[in-house]
Design a protein around this ligand. Structure first.
Ligand code: FAD
Length: 333
């Protein structure tokens, strides 16, 4: 069910406020910036509350080889800079700060960045998700140089190599199985003495001759020079350490969607992901959702961008339907 929020009585004042926009977008990864491009091209002059760490997860990766339009591949930060330039070209204002509080109980919807209040008639939530990491300094040092959190994205670079996957859930099992397409050998490192994942995924991994499973093992250190060449492992039962020669480490211990901000405002479902109704709806009319903040299934730049496009089109149509913009000015996409 989608709730309708009444317009506030001080709407007239809100429309003259420079911190007011027809559309605000929270988040500036592929979803948020694509929404900004579309909303900008619809002359909505969107405000992008981009976050303290703007432009999303691709900023921490090197080669992106599966984003269409770049046959030679492109560096993650360079791709995101292009998204940003395209959004700015069509009139987006980008504020590189985290939204700290939202109130979607009245229109225009309200968003705070510290003490600064921003308002918008429609809001697109695109705050993404963050991969969980082990938290080792050596892991951080080798991120993008052998350490990854995304097999779909980086598996290809490990053709003919040996890699390890950390994690005992379905994601880890899926990543390990996927990586056998490229790697000669995949060692699964499971901290406990059993998997947490589904039986069928476990059996698939156990049957795969390229996969070796080590239970009661955690990574103590990632080693290498320019790139990873080994891991120091610790046996969680005995405390003994050992070395494992690998050229890649895939950390698959889960994702945390960035939804704390919306806990008392929007519907947060399993694993902390936002729930959506009818493609991009949040359950509150005028508040839309795009990208990894709700998508625990695909988690790709291209799907996040597609979501951003859909959310912006839906926002524009909704604004026209409630008379905030003239229906005749709604874009013919
Ligand atoms: C290491 C790595 C490599 C990857 N490689 C690839 C690849 O090769 N190809 C591919 O398709 N995908 C890749 N991905 C996945 C891809 O990056 C994501 O699917 C995509 O970035 C999701 O886009 P998004 O816009 O939904 O969210 P994100 O990219 O997560 O962006 C969300 C943004 O919202 C901001 N934000 C969060 N909270 C707030 C707040 N309170 N206020 C304001 N802003 C906020 C964040 O700071 C961030 O900038 C990779 C991911 C990782 C981690």
């Amino acid at each position: 069910m989608t709730a309708t929020v009444p317009p506030s009585t001080d709407a007239a004042h809100a429309h003259t406020d420079e911190r007011y926009r027809k559309v605000a977008i929270i988040g500036s990864g592929p979803a948020g910036l694509t929404a900004a491009i579309y909303a900008g091209r619809a002359n909505l002059e969107p405000l992008v509350l981009a976050g303290n760490v703007p432009m999303g997860q691709l900023m921490i990766t090197s080669d992106v080889e599966n984003y269409p339009g770049f046959p030679e591949g492109i560096q993650g930060p360079e791709l995101m800079q292009k998204f940003r330039e395209q959004a700015e070209r069509f009139g987006s204002t980008i504020v590189e700060r985290d939204v700290t509080k939202v109130d979607f109980s009245e229109r225009p919807f309200r968003m705070w960045v510290g003490d600064d209040l921003y308002r918008a008639d429609a809001v697109i939530v695109a705050t993404g998700a963050s991969a969980l990491w082990l938290g080792l300094p050596s892991e951080e040092a080798f991120r993008g140089r052998g350490v990854s959190a995304c097999a779909t994205c980086d598996g290809f670079f490990f053709r003919g190599r040996e890699v390890a996957v950390v994690g005992g859930g379905d994601t880890a099992l899926e990543e390990a199985t996927f990586l056998t397409r490229f790697a000669d050998k995949v060692t699964m490192l499971v901290r406990r003495d059993a998997f947490r994942g589904s039986k069928i995924m476990q059996e698939r991994a156990e049957r795969d001759p390229k996969i070796e499973i080590l239970f009661n093992r955690e990574v103590a250190e990632v080693k290498g020079e320019m790139t990873v060449n080994a891991l120091t492992l610790r046996d969680t039962a005995t405390g003994e350490t050992s070395e494992l020669d690998v050229q890649g480490l895939f950390v698959a211990i889960g994702y945390k969607p960035n939804t704390d901000l919306f806990a008392d405002q929007l519907r947060v479902g399993d694993g902390g992901y936002l729930e959506v109704v009818d493609e991009t709806g949040s359950g509150i009319e005028g508040v839309f959702v795009a990208g990894d903040v709700h998508d625990h299934r695909y988690r790709q730049a291209v799907t996040a961008a597609g979501d951003g496009c859909k959310a912006a089109i839906d926002a524009e149509r909704w604004l026209a339907s409630v008379g905030e913009i003239e229906a005749s000015t709604a874009t013919n996409w």
